[in-house]
Design a protein around this ligand. Structure first.
Ligand code: ZN
Length: 437
């Protein structure tokens, strides 16, 4: 039996260190304080650039990004709150989630009543620090565990330090391109703007960097472009500045949350019937555990930009657990323990399988279509009735039966309920014996 017909996701296809390697990349990314623009984004690109060749692009603050404006860079030196007894009770240095991301500078003394509007906590999850941003209003604030919030003394004066700066500079993003035989492109992208959040950020960056390494050196039909950019603004700035590349995109995937044990999940492109939608549905239907596919909705990540009506590009969203559905989402519990090497490796393999389908799919033609060709004399069927077959006869029969020049290999796999990999292996075998063009 051809091993390609195994119904299990063959984890062994990946080298055993794959998950550990991706996790190690995520761990290196995790402590960095990222935001839309600034030193955190550049430090993040530095980590990626140590693994793959990265073209770095700087888009100046104040430049347009379609209907938006590229923000100024955000810098943080220190940020803390001292209670009336002089103890530091909230400290950016301890966890970068403590500072409301993009906070404006502030220095002063105030009562707890005056401070309260600047404090964010989660009464439902009192032990976790929430992640909050204030990109579009000049605000400052702190995020803290609700347990700690409840312990703040009522009387006396607090001292607050938010030593931050917003400076004119640039928004950074990185691109890695693997040239294939065709200039037509398959784009994979993830955001790089969340601070210390492992699943909802570091996992996607780390998996894509590893996937680019996996593909390096392969003969590819499509050109693969990996884009690491801040959410929303990064995608908008890229789209506005790259109309020629946009016109060459055949397939696209946005990825995030690739390291937890949920899912896997795929959200279709706005088109709903793009090739990537069919491919991802096929991979998830044949995986273990079986994944879920849902229709497009205008929420989520940068598929909102790539699928906006003016572009309507074939971009879907691939995740393990869907964003916003797991309790760790946008909290300090989304840490390096929450993402596991085995899930990161499985996410890598799902993406790789999708790419292999896109690469291998084609419309074959049966060269002996008048009745069934005799398989036995071509070594494709054992001559001894009842003996175990050494070839995947079911896939071979399906390919011969549907290879009329109108069905692609993916069409055949779907119609037969077989895994693409098995059908592709059967087609290769049939080509070798001259039965398929
Ligand atoms: Zn997020």
């Amino acid at each position: 039996m051809d091993t390609a017909t195994s119904p299990e996701r063959p984890e062994a296809r990946s080298d055993p260190g794959l998950g550990q390697r991706i996790h190690a990349t995520a761990a290196e990314l995790f402590p960095i304080c990222r935001s839309l623009a600034g030193p955190g984004a550049r430090a993040t690109l530095d980590v990626i650039a140590r693994r793959i060749a990265l073209q770095r692009v700087e888009t100046p603050s104040g430049a347009s990004a379609h209907d938006w404006t590229v923000p100024r860079e955000w810098q943080v030196r220190e940020a803390w709150i001292r209670d009336p007894d002089g103890r530091i009770v909230v400290d950016f240095a301890e966890n970068n989630l403590h500072l409301l991301n993009y906070s404006v500078p502030f220095r002063g003394r105030m009562t707890l009543d005056a401070l309260r509007p600047h404090l964010f906590s989660l009464p439902e999850q009192p032990g976790l620090i929430p992640y909050r941003t204030a990109y579009w209003e000049p605000q400052w604030g702190f995020c803290l565990r609700h347990d700690d919030f409840l312990r703040l003394p009522e009387r006396g004066e607090y001292e607050v330090c938010v030593d931050t700066a917003h400076v004119d500079g640039a928004m950074s993003h990185g691109e890695h391109v693997l040239r294939g035989a065709s200039a037509r492109e398959f784009v994979l992208t993830t955001h790089i703007c969340h601070p210390s959040l492992a699943n909802d950020n570091c996992s996607g960056i780390a998996v894509l960097a590893e996937l680019a390494r996996t593909l390096a050196g392969r003969r590819l039909n499509w050109t693969y472009r990996f884009i690491f950019a801040p959410a929303t603004l990064g995608a908008l700035a890229w789209l506005e500045r790259n109309p020629d590349t946009v016109a060459r995109i055949d397939h696209g995937l946005v990825v995030s949350c690739l390291g937890d044990g949920g899912g896997p999940n795929y959200k279709r492109s706005r088109r709903g019937n793009a090739q990537i939608d069919r491919v991802m549905a096929h991979v998830l239907a044949h995986g273990t555990p079986r994944g879920a596919v849902r229709d497009f909705a205008p929420d989520g990540y940068d598929e909102r930009q790539f699928c906006s009506p003016g572009y309507d590009l074939p971009f879907g969203l691939f995740q393990r657990s869907r964003h916003g559905t797991f309790r760790e989402y946008h909290t300090s519990a989304d840490n390096l323990d929450f993402i596991r090497p085995e899930h990161l490796a499985a996410s890598h393999d799902i993406l790789l399988e999708a790419i292999e389908i896109v690469e291998a799919d084609h419309v074959p033609r049966n060269l002996s279509p008048m009745g069934e060709p005799q398989l036995g004399r071509r070594g494709l069927y054992t001559q001894i009735g009842g003996a175990a077959q050494t070839v995947d006869i079911e896939s071979i029969r399906w390919v011969l039966s549907l290879a009329d020049g109108r069905h692609s290999l993916l069409d055949i796999a779907e119609r037969a309920g077989l895994r693409f990999r098995a059908v592709a292996a059967a087609a290769r075998r049939l080509r070798e014996v001259g039965l398929l063009a």
